[in-house]
Design a protein around this ligand. Structure first.
Ligand SMILES: *Cc1c(COP(=O)(O)O)cnc(C)c1O
Length: 383
């Protein structure tokens, strides 16, 4: 393990996008130049090519690119007909975009708790969420399961508990993840992902995609993405839609990044493994079921006992960046405080917000830099 050298810490990024860019820059420059040459900036040939590649990669029947992960959630729920009077269950421990899409459609997010072991929606809380929605006079119509930090939620158990509700997978952090049932993109009625730059597969701006095996839903999503236009007659506006297209330039960039993504997923596993080996005896490291693949959007440890902030400060003074995802559960945020949540609160979500700490994680994290992070964290924990 590397010695701690407080005077000369290595330059470590939480997520190092520059290392990947250095590797792919000539190919990306050429791909962008091709778009500038053909000039089809909107829905150009790269968009269809990317959608084909995403469908092949995931095994989903339909892959539909869109402008962001948030739009992917929104378009999915518009296609499902979500509106006022509907209750949509979602975890309290997630990014704000999850409940945002529900609330934007006039529906009511009903917050349920997560599992302390995998940070994902706890199937045991679904029945209470459905009952709470009914008690409020709402129609429980669906739920959004979030694959937090890159690990697919337990969809088999969620489906069993969901009493026939549709399931939208918020896979913004988990594109590339898998379970024995298949790859992310195939688990929900619909799956929404994000290509925000820092996500496991990111573009150089905003971008996203949604996935489904349902032909009718796919066709409705394609129409909504394009202002509700008919897919056969472009002057026929069949429904209210959005401007939700992915830029051709972003599709061109994503095609280049997708070509190395399998390899990057493997590199992420090696980084996660090194953290587990180096830290497992001093902090709570994330646990992935043996047959599942996390894509490690974040490597998130738990520092209990009210010591998280002190540990983060010690890391910072050693030159090690870290982040808290998320410092507050969404049902405590001002904009969402008035929406229902199960029980007297969501104790697991609330506790995780006080304990989680995400460490530098990206495919190009050098072993000696990672050893520096591990040594700094061990020193910080010892206090
Ligand atoms: C990033 C993220 C989103 C939103 O994706 P954008 O592309 O930024 O709109 C939604 N849900 C979760 C869980 C996310 O992490």
């Amino acid at each position: 393990m590397a010695d701690l050298q407080p005077n000369k810490p290595p330059r470590i990024e939480l997520i190092d996008l520059a290392a990947q860019q250095a590797r792919l820059r000539p190919a990306i420059d050429a791909a962008i130049a091709r778009v500038l040459d053909h000039g089809q900036y909107i829905m150009g040939p790269e968009v269809a090519e990317l959608e084909g590649a995403l469908a092949t990669f995931t095994g989903a029947r339909h892959a539909i690119s869109c402008a962001s992960g948030t739009d992917a959630l929104l378009i999915s729920m518009m296609a499902l007909g979500v509106g006022p009077g509907d209750a949509v269950l979602c975890p309290g421990f997630t990014y704000t975009a999850t409940p945002e899409a529900i609330a934007l459609l006039g529906a009511t997010p009903v917050f349920v708790d997560v599992d302390a072991g995998n940070f994902n929606l706890d199937p045991a809380g679904i029945a209470a969420g459905i009952a709470l929605a009914r008690a409020r006079g709402l129609r429980p119509s669906g739920l959004i399961a979030v694959d937090l930090f890159g690990l697919p939620a337990d969809y088999a158990a969620i489906r069993q508990a969901a009493e026939g509700l549709w399931i939208l997978a918020d896979a913004a952090q988990s594109f590339g993840g898998a379970t024995p049932a298949g790859r992310v993109g195939t688990f929900g009625t619909l799956t929404a992902t994000s290509f925000f730059p820092a996500k496991p597969l990111g573009c150089y701006g905003d971008g996203g995609a949604l996935f489904t095996d349902d032909d009718d839903l796919a066709s409705i999503c394609r129409s909504i993405r394009l202002h509700g236009r008919s897919t056969v007659d472009k002057y026929d506006i069949e429904r209210i839609g959005v401007n939700g297209r992915l830029d051709t330039i972003q599709a061109a960039i994503l095609l280049q990044k997708l070509s190395v993504f399998e390899e990057e997923i493997a590199l992420r596993q090696a980084v996660a493994h090194r953290y587990a080996e180096g830290l497992g005896d001093v902090v709570q490291v994330p646990v992935v079921p043996e047959d599942a693949v996390s894509v490690w959007a974040q490597y998130t440890i738990r520092v209990p006992g009210g010591r998280r902030d002190a540990v983060q400060a010690a890391l910072k003074s050693a030159g090690v960046p870290s982040a808290v995802y998320y410092p507050r559960p969404v049902h405590h945020q001002g904009a969402y405080r008035h929406y229902p949540f199960t029980g007297n609160g969501l104790p697991v979500s609330e506790r995780l917000c006080a304990e989680v700490l995400s460490l530098p994680m990206h495919p190009y994290l050098a072993a000696q830099d990672q050893d520096y992070v591990i040594a700094a964290l061990r020193a910080a924990i010892r206090g």
